[in-house]
Design a protein. Structure first.
Length: 192
């Protein structure tokens, strides 16, 4: 079963490196959410009699249903799933704060300002050149980060919803709503 990795302190450079940010999110999702069925299968008690080769002679269409014990499932949710979700939520919150703050160390700020000044001095005659009116300024690091966060939050919501559907299909007595369940988990961990 996948275990969450130790956390490292976050920095604005981590957020501004959108490739690194996306790679972290992708890796975290792949270790827990993308392998949710395998993680839940690992919670099942193996057969006591061992493997019987005759069991492969017939094709069975047994559908897996509420086969994971409620205690084991709750333990997995509170010790593996929610900590992984929480670490990603902390990254989202930190990077959103970075994206909302002014970027005083933007290395391309002067270049963008020079481009804007050049564009204001430019003469546009669309009769002679229909493309002369086009101006595509470079986006600031904050704009790129904000756009990346919006995209990744949509992905995160889809991944969490799908993961919770699998948990509801496989676990005995799962909490009905993941948002309420994670809020209760956060409250319990904060009280400890």
């Amino acid at each position: 079963m996948a275990q969450p990795r130790a956390t490292t302190p976050l920095s604005p450079q981590f957020c501004f490196s959108t490739g690194t940010l996306r790679e972290f999110l992708r890796f975290s999702r792949s270790t827990v959410d993308d392998t949710i069925s395998q993680n839940l299968n690992a919670l099942l008690t193996p057969a006591r009699a061992g493997f019987d080769p005759r069991s492969t002679s017939q094709r069975t269409s047994k559908l897996l249903g509420k086969d994971v014990n409620a205690n084991r499932c709750d333990s997995f949710i509170s010790e593996v799933l929610f900590p992984a979700w929480d670490s990603r939520a902390q990254v989202f919150e930190f990077c959103a704060a970075v994206a909302a703050s002014p970027d005083l160390d933007d290395p391309e700020a002067t270049l963008r300002e020079l481009q804007r000044q050049k564009d204001s001095d430019r003469v546009v005659d669309e009769r002679l050149d229909p493309y002369s009116g086009r101006f595509c300024p470079r986006e600031s690091r904050i704009d790129v980060l904000a756009s990346t966060l919006r995209q990744e939050r949509v992905i995160e919501d889809i991944v969490r919803r799908r993961t919770w559907e699998v948990i509801q299909d496989r676990c005995e007595k799962p909490p009905p709503d993941w948002r309420a369940a994670i809020a209760a988990w956060k409250k319990r961990t904060a009280d400890q």
